[in-house]
Design a protein around this ligand. Sequence first.
Ligand SMILES: *Cc1c(COP(=O)(O)O)cnc(C)c1O
Length: 378
Amino acid sequence: MSALVPLRAQLASLGSYQSLQAEAEVRLNTNESPYPPPVTWQRALAEAVGDVDFHRYPDRDASGLSRAVAALHGVGAGEVFCANGSNEVLQCLLLAFGGPGRRALVFEPTYALHAHIAGLTGMEVVTETRGADLRIDPDRWPGAIERADPDVVFLCSPNNPTGRTEDPDAVAAVVEAAPGLVVVDEAYGQFSSWSALTLRGAHDGGPEPAGDGGEPAGGPQPAGGGAEGLVVVRTFSKTWAMAGARLGYLVADPQVVAGCRAAALPYHLSAQTQLAGVLALRHENEMTERVRKVADARAQLAQGLGELDVETWPSDANFVLFRPRAKDARDVWSALLADGVLVRDFSTREGLEGCLRVTVGTPKENERFLEALAGALR
Ligand SMILES: *Cc1c(COP(=O)(O)O)cnc(C)c1O
């Protein structure tokens, strides 16, 4: 006789990881781009989709897309793995290199899906807290790595939901010290002044990391430079304004890429998704322009927040973390929603008590948010 079985323990707390998809006039809760992708991209995609042989399976290795991503970053196509959003990238990576008997290290507060997906594959998740500036703490991370001896270390730069980019020297030092993979999630990488992709150069004799005050080029590094385990993850969801398309990728050693391909379901990336990505990469200038516009709007938003009774943290991404000083964060969140503005509530997350996060919108949306917040704080 069949019967229902209980949900796996790792899924029981899923609700707390999911962002509310509520109706609101101004939605500033999931760090999407406030601007749609270029109209020329939409037209090109519609036309190209008309030519797809939909009775055939798509290119299993997404080779055209991988080549286009590789060209964008100046790496080989064999160093690129693409999937349905960076979350699926992480899932494939951890199915391949995580699993029972292996350990992941995360620095909280950070993107909740890192620990969640690691746990889903059966990994043990070890957490270390961040420093007072909400970046990884140089007094604590070396000990944390030594104690945990992790198979996978997660960094997030700029970090979601706190907003700061990690220091290049710190990331280089983590890559040097970690015994296994170091995953740098750069979902907001285009907003940042540097990318961990520059650290990968070291292992094929390329340029040294920017701002590296450590060893001189060609210094006493082990053969291979110790950067083989560096995995940089990016997404089209945020800066590329394509959250609805579901496309992300990683850049890593070809052996890591081969592991991800082995873990992914065959033909996981549809023909239209692959096309969407290839065509988007022909619009790099428009995307860069969107990033600039959002960065300008972020300055406007930060200035407005600075005039209200809230504590804020500097942001290198398209969102700002803030904490109402005199009002309960949950009440402020509800008042904002009642006023048609949806932001993300982190007030019950450890290390983020009383905090809310607002995504940078269009200048008009930011004005609406600031007005609603001023009202909610009154
Ligand atoms: C939004 C976000 C992602 C994106 O996930 P997709 O599956 O690519 O939409 C990944 N990592 C971080 C840190 C994010 O904030």
